[in-house]
Write a protein that binds this ligand. Structure first.
Ligand code: AMP
Ligand code: ZN
Length: 114
């Protein structure tokens, strides 16, 4: 996707701090962190939002969640916990239309979210 900023990060066309990569996924630090730890996990495949995923994408999205939680373990969030968030569509506040899973941790959070 030519104008997608996350595709550009995946292709190294714009800079970011990549903290995880395998053949299907990339994880990189959020440019505007809302907590001490804020990492975005994205599939390399351009999918606009979770609502567009097909059944065939289930394994890919499962892998995305798995590696986000493994990374949470790696950065010592196991004991205190963390939040995993997919904002999906306009009302949820999705700004970048390439699926991304927010891993947010390192502080106490409130519920419900804004
Ligand atoms: P959302 O509101 O769920 O679409 O979240 C988009 C996230 O992408 C926000 O938390 C932004 O701070 C983050 N973001 C936007 N541009 C970049 C970038 N170039 N590098 C890293 N994170 C970004
Ligand atoms: Zn994209």
């Amino acid at each position: 996707m030519k104008e997608c900023i996350f595709c550009k990060i995946i292709q190294r066309e714009i800079p970011s701090t990549i903290v995880f990569e395998n053949e299907n996924l990339v994880g990189f630090n959020d440019i505007n962190p809302v907590a001490p730890q804020h990492v975005l996990f994205v599939p390399k495949k351009h999918l606009e939002k979770i609502h567009d995923m097909s059944k065939d994408d289930s394994l890919l999205i499962g892998e995305l969640v798995y590696h986000a939680k493994e990374y949470a373990r790696k950065i010592n969030l196991t004991e205190n916990g963390y939040r995993l968030v997919f904002n999906t569509g306009r009302d949820a506040g999705q700004d970048v239309f390439h699926i991304h899973l927010h891993l947010i941790g390192g502080r106490i959070m409130t519920w419900p979210p804004g």
